[in-house]
Design a protein around this ligand. Sequence first.
Ligand code: ADP
Ligand code: MG
Ligand code: MG
Ligand code: MG
Ligand code: MG
Ligand code: MG
Length: 668
Amino acid sequence: MGLLAAGTPLPWHEARNLADHIRSEGIEQLLEVFKAAGKRDNDPLYWGDELEYMMIELDSTEQNAMVDVIHDKVLTDLNTTENFLCQENDIEFHPEYGRYMLEATPESPYHGLKFTQEFIEDNMKRRRVIADALLSKYNQPENGKKYVVLALTVFPRLGSDQFINIPHVWNHKNSASRSLFLPDEVINRHVRFPTLTANIRERRGEKVYMNIPMFKDINTPDHDTTVYERNWFIPEDMESLKASKPGHIYLDGMGFGMGSSCLQMTYQAPNVEMARFLYDSLINFAPIMLSVSAAAPAFKGWLADQDVRWNVISGAVDCRTPYERDVEPILPKYNSGGFGSVTEEAKKHLQKIPKSRYSVVDLYLGGHNKFFNRNYNNTNVPINEKVLKRLLENNVAPLDYDLAKHFAHLFIRDSCSIFEESINQDRTTSTNHFENIQSTNWQTLRFKPPTQKAIPSEKNIPGWRVEFRPLEVQLTEFENAAHSIFIYLVVEAVLDSYNTLNPYLNMSKVWENMDIAHKRDSVLQNKFHWKTTFQSENGNTDLYSIDEIFHNKKNGIFETFINKALIKRNWIKSTWTELQNSTTHKRYYYYLKLISDRASGKLPTTAHFLRDFITTHKDYRHDSRVSKLINYDLVLLSDRITNLDNSQGDLIAFFGDDIANFLLENQI
Ligand code: ADP
Ligand code: MG
Ligand code: MG
Ligand code: MG
Ligand code: MG
Ligand code: MG
């Protein structure tokens, strides 16, 4: 079930005293998992996706679109009174950070691509249609109010004037985030979420801040003119003017990041060794796929000079103190030594930490693969030495160095969310403390160990899985299915290539790729590090455009991975374009064509398309602002695309003739 149990989350000054307890018990739980499940083998390739949606109010009288925070009962209903609808349709809804958000998954995982009658796309569509039907009950045609469920990566005016559908939302203070722009009403009502928000801020000793490059047009001001002085909270309200940078959009709350949506997929590997190989193989796909899936051109009512959400979330949940980030505190007087509010004992052991707990993958997991070499892990990755030692030296289930190091890195973080009722857990049956740290290390991939129940004979209990997390969510089920299936095929090819394909390149190059993926239109304008070949012992790379990375004959993704998987399936003889003439798998041709055309620049990314819509809108003043009217029209446009409505020609503009006509003639 998708609802969180109630409980009493501890405020930071109490939670911080339990940091070591959570870590050391979490590691014992992990060791019990390895002891129980380390020898599992031959698990099937089960997999599933997670899609995140926003509930949005469209007010035709005011010509305004707002995030809808007053109908979060829809999520409760989907898990209680209306749950039968979910069960009948093999879908499930979970809470998300935003009160206006819904997360939805299939109820049971898919197995391979056995969906010839029913495509994954059908399951995705039922999720949106069912949520939308429940939300639409609140429509008030007489007042011009309509509610829609959309998969927008970022709500473009989040944090701007009249962006939320509560009239007097600023008649009281927002004590959890203390943001100048986001009232606490954007946050899910479950106590976990506001507490996490406050705890991250308190640990840092200052509000989070993100300075996102502003798109520069002829009338764009030289700084974010929406930053203002307020005196509700000392010192947080004094930080903003100091923290905001000229030429940048200034964001100061967790909601700016965790209030955005993404698409994630989880794939089960046959055993732990193959899960490690799969993880390592997907590492450099993450920045590449982030670039191709770009869908976020605007934040807080400003056009950004980037197309993706990623670094916004990184900053939004960054609990590191100024000392750990190796920067001066914004207000040294209030944040002495940059130590935030960690305990006196913790201060003695603080280290410099280069990255937020939400960031690109840190380490290859290695294993027995003949191509792996520890030197590929060539970046500065701090670890928890005590955890490392315990994982290496114990009588429960000792780990090898590379795997131990991965967890020893995750376990440098403090827990920012502890429930009083969960402090004491049984190591042999609970993974609560392990998951506390694991699930708040939000990296581009997640290596998901099973539970202690996953002994080799328990095939129905999930085994070793790898989650792919960088993707921006797309408006239509067609696109989201296309992305999940594309990576699924890569996964099939990888699992078939142990010791024959060499996925390794220096980790520092992957980190650089992540920065490159943040450039505006990186899909067209930039070059990324990519392997010159996957068929040799070495880790040589060169710089390639996204088009080359996908389409090169020698080392491109289509040739090396997609065609390989499709040939093995007997769907094609040599190249994926043969699927165009297939009677049974034609839809897959269009999934792959979408990705191919976006990678080559024949079709715009969602971000590019929405940016063009904004800059050519009649209300646009060449000042980089996304006005209420532009935003309203953008949401209407998004709603038409979502519903494959071509009445105004949007579908053709967005997908091109070929894909649009296929979709119109072959509706699911
Ligand atoms: P999280 O939020 O922790 O990433 P969720 O439970 O929201 O995880 O989603 C995980 C996804 O994994 C869902 O799509 C689910 O269907 C899928 N899944 C469930 N069991 C398995 C399994 N054994 N192997 C792979 N994927 C699975
Ligand atoms: Mg989830
Ligand atoms: Mg879950
Ligand atoms: Mg989610
Ligand atoms: Mg509706
Ligand atoms: Mg997930």
